[in-house]
Design a protein around this ligand. Structure first.
Ligand SMILES: [Zn+2]
Length: 331
């Protein structure tokens, strides 16, 4: 009975990307590298001025996909690379994205939407929640792999439990490392990763994680992120093939010890990339559009000095002039 219940939970976890712990940790790492202006914009969009504003919504997309209303978004959490691990790994956007969309097309769509000032506040907040989640998903190697539905179909044993390789990568191996899945656990893991990024193991690699990232070329950028993680399927996740892992008596401790460093690397990378991505969106889209709006407002106000004679104006224009063009500021 007990093992039946545990298997059921494992199956549920298997459909998610990084579990709650992984996504919240990516978010906390990102929060650390946001500029003050980007952070205050994100807090405003999410209507959350707490110190966990990104971590609080990092797993929203996984909750949403499991609802009837959100079922359409399930394909956006991964890209099904039709490669052949461990012999050959590759991601090809045209081959792999699929007609219903994928993580890479979702990045393109929500990057555009989050900076589109014409959308409602609710739509912009939704776009930001999706972005925070999908940057995390893309760094999980098994979210960039079609083989056995991202290894959801690869049966393994981890710490005595029968589960699948995907859920071990998403949830059970990270939780074994950290010892829990609360926001406090995520924050503490993020603190460790941040110090490795600033002056430790990842210091020399971090520039390469974001090299060439370009919000004007989202598909190219996100495909590169997906390819980077997908390569790990061949080199780290299943270097001797999936059957060898199914045959293992238990993935703990040998396999776990082999891969846990890669899991940490991918979480750190996801957070660092997410921060850079949001900083770029803010600077290039949000702040730039704000400046243009202010310039337009100013020039229209200046224009009042050069208004034509009243008789040349329509009644409507006269009415606008009478209220001092105040309407410009409500656009
Ligand atoms: Zn997901």
């Amino acid at each position: 009975m007990t093992s039946y219940v545990i298997l059921g939970l494992a199956t549920l976890h298997g459909v998610h990307a990084w579990g709650v712990l992984g996504h919240a940790t990516v978010a906390y790492v990102a929060q650390n590298y946001l500029s003050a202006a980007t952070a205050s914009w994100a807090q405003g969009v999410l209507a959350d001025t707490s110190t966990s504003y990104l971590a609080n919504i990092a797993s929203w997309a996984d909750t949403y996909r499991s609802t009837t209303a959100g079922a359409w978004s399930a394909p956006l959490h991964f890209i099904d690379a039709e490669d052949n691990p461990p012999t050959s790994c590759s991601v090809n956007y045209a081959r792999d994205c699929g007609a219903t969309g994928c993580s890479v097309s979702a990045m393109a769509n929500y990057t555009q939407r989050v900076g589109d000032g014409r959308l409602s506040a609710a739509n912009i907040a939704e776009a930001l929640r999706f972005l925070v989640h999908f940057v995390g998903d893309i760094t999980q190697p098994l979210h960039d792999e079609a083989f056995e539905a991202g290894a959801n179909g690869v049966a393994v044993t981890f710490m005595g439990f029968s589960d699948n390789l995907h859920s071990d990568w998403d949830t059970y191996m990270p939780e074994e490392l950290i010892g829990g899945s609360s926001l406090a656990d995520a924050k503490s893991w993020a603190t460790t990763l941040i110090s490795e990024i600033n002056s430790g193991t990842y210091e020399s690699a971090k520039a390469s994680w974001i090299a060439g990232d370009d919000i004007g070329n989202v598909v190219t950028t996100a495909t590169r992120w997906a390819s980077d993680a997908n390569a790990l399927v061949c080199s780290v996740v299943m270097p001797k093939g999936a059957a060898a892992l199914t045959a293992e008596k238990d993935l703990y401790p040998t396999y776990y010890d082999d891969v846990i460093g890669t899991i940490e690397l991918q979480i750190a990378k996801g957070g660092y990339r997410l921060a850079n991505w949001l900083n770029m969106i803010f600077e290039t889209e949000v702040a730039a559009k704000r400046e243009i709006r202010e310039l337009v407002d100013e020039s229209e106000l200046d224009g009042r000095k050069f208004l034509p004679e009243p008789r040349a104006l329509s009644k409507a224009k006269l009415a606008r002039a009478a209220i001092g063009y105040g309407c410009n500021h409500t656009h």
